[in-house]
Each structure stands twice: as C-alpha cells, then as structure tokens.
Design a protein around this ligand. Sequence first.
Ligand code: BGC
Length: 736
Amino acid sequence: MTEQQLRALLADMSLAEKFGELQQMPGQYYTDDCIETGINAAFDFTEEEVACIGSALNVLDPARIIEIQKQHIARHPHGIPMLFMLDIIHGYSTIYPIPLAQACSFEPDLVRALARATARESCAAGQHVTFSPMADLSRDARWGRVMEGSGEDPYLNAKMAAAAVQGYQGDDLTAEGTISACVKHFAAYGAVEGGREYGYVDMSERMLRQYYLPAYKAACDAGSGMLMTAFNAIAGVPASGSRELNAILRDEWGYEGAVISDYGSISQMYSHGVIQNPLESTKRAMDGGVDIEMCIHHYRRGLPQLLESGEITTEQLDRAVWRVLNLKNRLGLFEDPYHFASPEKAAKLQNCEDFLQLARESVPRCSVLLKNDGKLLPLSPDADETVAFIGPFLNESDLLGGWVNQKVGRITAATLQETLQARFPARDFTYTAGCALLGAEDAMMAEKKHAAFETDADRRCAMLEEAVAAAKAADKVVLFLGEHPQCGGELAARADIRLPKIQRDLFRAVAAVNDTVVTVVFDHRPVELGDIAETSKALLNVWFPGTMGAAGITDMLFGDAAPTGRTTMSFPHTVGQEPIYYNRLPTDHAPEFSPIYITGYVDCPLDPLYCFGEGLTYTDFAYGEVRLDKATLHAGETLTATVTVQNVGERDGEETVQLYIRDPFASVSQPVKELKGFKRVFIPKGENAEVTFPLTPDDLRFYNEDVDFVWEPGEIQVFIGHDSRVSQYKTFRLEE
Ligand code: BGC
C-alpha cells in the first residue's frame, strides 16, 4: 500500500477500529469455540471489539493462524489483517545457543545468520513479529534474564542487537523468510537492583545514556519494526509511562516503529504506586509513547473516556494507530495477510539439515574454554585410554535452556550419551549420571520452576557411589554439570548462583578419586564455579547450546572443532561480587596513599575469576606491540591501531582480537577500560596476522556533566590484546 493509501485508510477508520489496533489479544482467546462465536465470556469482548483486534500473541499453529487471519479479514470493517507475535528468542523449532552464548562468539555475522534462519522457520510458521532481541545491558548474573542479552559491554551489545535485527528482517520485510524484530525492554531493565525480577532501577542519566541506551538505539537504527517498553520504573518513573524515555526514542532518535508495552507493564504502574485506575494508566502509557497494550485491557477501558474528555487527543490516537498500520504495511500484510505462512513449508524447514548443521557449528563458536591445563582438551579420538562420562546432563534431553517454546522447540536432537556412543562405539567409555539435576536442597527453586528434584536419599547415595567407582577406574573423567534448564529467563533470578549442591557433591567425590577431570558446564549466566574451576583440569562453559548441543560438544571434546567463544559477562569468584563488570570507574585512593587503600574486599579479589573477553582455544597466540599511525588525532581524522598476532601453538586457530581504550583524565570519570573494537581472525599454525582498527574522535565521545555527548582533548590509551585484562598500551593525544 502506498503511504497515501494508508493515510486514507486511517482517515476512514472508526474509533472502534482504531482502539482495536492498539489492543492485543492473548492467543488462548482463539480457541475453536470463540472463533466461531466471536465472543469469549472470559474476556468479555464485544463482537465489534473482536472484529477490530489488531494483533495476537502466542498462537502457535500455522494452519490456525491462517484460519484466524482469514476469518478476521472477512469480519473486520476494512479487512485489516492482524499481526501475530511470539517470543522467538534463540530459534523457533531448531534451537540455537542462548543469546548470551551467541554474543560470546564476538561474531555479529553469526548472530545475523542465526536470526536469519530463525526468521525463515518463523515466517513459514505464520509469525510476523518476534519479541527479540533483548538489548538490556546486564552486569549482574543473579538476574535470570542475562541469558537473553549480550552481557556487560555497551559496544558489543549494540553490535549484536543490530545484527539480530538485520537477521530477522533482512533488507525488505515484505520478502519471504522475514519477520519483524521487537527490541526490548526499553529501558535499562537489565539494571534491576540485586538482579531481582520486576525490580527497581535507579541510575544517573549519564550512566543510562553511556551504557544502557546504545544497544536499543542500534536496534532502532537497524530498523527494528517494533520496540517493547520495560516493567521497571527508573528513578520512580515507570518505563512504560515515561515521557522522558519517549522523548529520547521519538524526538532524539527519530524512531518511527511501533511501541508495545510489556505483558502487564501498564497495569504494573499500579504496583509501582503511580496509578490507581485504567484511566490514569492509559493516560501515562499513551503519553509515554506506548502504541499497543500487550494483552491486558487498560487501553480498552481507558481510551474511549480519555478521548472524550480530551486528555488524549485524536492526533495522539492516530499517531499510535498509524505506527501499527505502518508496521503491517512494512510487512506487506495488506497484499499478503499471511506473509508466506505455510504449514507444509514450515514442516519442511523446521529442524532441516541446513539449520541443524548451522546449530551444530555455532556451538563451538559460542562456547568458552575457561581452563585447559596441560592441553588436556581435545581428547584423542583413538587413544588407548578409558574415559568416564559422568553427570546429570549426560542423558538430559533438554540442552536448550530458557525461553524455548516447548510446543514447537524440538527437544535436543540426541543426548550426550547417545551422541558419544554413536560416535565412538568401540571405545572403552563408561557412562553414569552420578546424580539428578536438583537435590532436596533445591526444593524451593524446583517447586517454583515445576522441576523434578531428587527426594530419595538412598538413590542419591547409590548413584554417587556408582559415579565414584567409574571415576576411579577411568584414566580421565568428563563431567557434565550445570544449572537446571528451566532456571534461566523470566522469573529465574537467583540469590545463589552456584551449581546445585547435589552436583557440587558429585564433583568433589569424583575429583577426589581422579585428578584428570574435564568439566563441561551448562548455564544461563556466569555461575559461581568455586572449586569446580580450581580443581578441574579443563573447564568448558557451553551455556545452553540448543538442539545440536550434544553434537557440538562432542565435536569440541574430540577436536573436530575448537571452542572459540569469549565470555561477555564476568564470572565472579563469589556471588557477593555482583554486580561485577570490567568497565568500572576508577575508584581507588590517590597514589600518595599507601597501596592498601584500594577499592575491593578484604576476603576476595576485586577482579572476577574470569574476565570479560576471556576464553582459550586449542592453540595459543602471541601479541606484538600495539602500533599507532599517529601521535595526535584531530577532529575529522582517523587513527589506525595495529597489532601483529602470531599463532604460536600446534594447530590452526581463531583468535578474537580486542581493542580497548582508556581516557585517564576527563571532566567526568571514565571507565578503566572500554571495548572499542574486536575482530575474529583465523591464523594458521605458525603464521602471523596484522590486525588493524580505525579510531576516530567520535569513538571517544562520552556524556559530560551537562549530559552533552562530547570528546575532550587529552591523552588516550589504546590497549590491544586477548581479553579485558590486557595491560600493554600505546598513547596518543586527541586534539581539536
Ligand atoms: C516478558 C517479555 C515477553 C513478554 C511476552 C513478558 O513477561 O518480560 O520479554 O516478550 O512477556 O511473552
């Protein structure tokens, strides 16, 4: 439809039609019954309201979606099609590593490719919008939703959010195989105090702009069709009714996409204690720029009255409706309301060979090898040694992790034991679980997540004994341990981020009888590893790796592929260090004080156990000195920083070279390091690669006291190295 035609359509719509565009219906509404009767008593909608609904959330079956759309168009006064939305977070049916793991690839191209494949499956399955990417910067591993984001760095976060949008949407949303992204949760949901779900956020405007906003902006600039507001209030103002955030989004960034509330974030203003009824909430949300209310009914109750009283203007209403229509038009729904939905095609694409292969290849790129003493990994595929594979993940069929729609997300293609047995039928391997995923100590968590846990003490003992015997008899042990697959995502905040006690007991018992232990850890967050990190000889963090997790892990264990991911969230020594992140502000006492007056704890190091950017692979790299092509960088110029990296190990390999800067003296305190560039490079064994990074004054901007985005003349340090602990740097001057 041309813009003119769309404007004409808007002008011709009744108020009921306009309200309908701003109301989303939960998928349960569209049962067989109610589609026939048109009215569902539980929801108390009139026939006219149902006919005018603009979108639905959580309808899964493509044939059903086609049917609902068909009936809807016939019923709607102007035949305006509905939007179908769903949380498709790390794959539709073929599940890829969790988003946090994807970010660890430091490879926007991979994130783009996975989003692209996800869009192809989802589009055929009838979906139009996915509630992804989550661009919330997260520095606190206690928050369950860190798994949905990219971690603690604003630069990387922005690159990954943009890549995901490009992957889902392609260049043209009318094309087959595309769906609209919906970047969320605007804004700063990742900063909830103590990592507590639905919690509170308070921060300075400078902090918000410098760290938390860049990724949402990058996703908006990449054309994200939709944006979701957040549950949290910031400094007492609910994000879903914030005029300030709306002004940033619409006036500063010029974002024209549709904005949807989070599920209940408008009614949550009641819990925030700032609204008392649907009139107040509707007014605040509309003034805060929310176009669509997700599934709850405040708009429905508030809009008619507010419009009549003039508290909401017709222009305001029309603007909101326009944005929704515009998204429908961007998707080409007025020409093809089904947007290439096809149950047959969906069935063919889901878990097809290409996607399974992509899923498998992505596992090593997203996994982080945290420790590998004596190059224990990879194991030899044909050595004359016995290996005991132990742990509750050995036969776990869910290696997918949180935020997977269990109805469509197929369970892990094969378990680890099945995969290992099939790959090495002749090897002298033993297999035993050793324990359940959760023990009686985890009863509270298990109940909240509807997860099973071990209740039989005798069985627990017997399983442990069997594992100890297997470990004793083996040359090497590979332990598969981790968080419960349901303990990540929404409503999965944890105050204790260690692995379950039943698994720690297993680890200790096994490590006591065999000193060659490789531990593979499944997690949604950087967990507190404690003696698992200390005592294991090799430690491979695979996050939740998805449908092809078992195959991808086996590839890494036996050297068919090398792990190349780098952690994008710091692993703490202890949960007491949270929030912990590398780009902190410098806070020690001045140098004239004795060195004991430094920021930190008396019972724990200041630094994390494993830092941002850290991760090994199966070869080693040596870095030459940082070289800068200029001593002074002026406005309008570009400086090039170069480093030579040599593969000094025994195998070809990939290295993620990272560039950090530090502005040691500025008008406003600046972080001890900030990532400003990264490159993955493949370097054959024994060879060198020259890696270059451009830097411009714009890359060195920050928010000053007046919250202006400026760069200031002065000295800048440039670090290039393996991870955020890099200490070698060169200095240049930044001048007007
Ligand atoms: C979550 C969102 C999600 C929405 C719809 C909310 O509870 O916070 O991230 O997209 O539900 O499922």
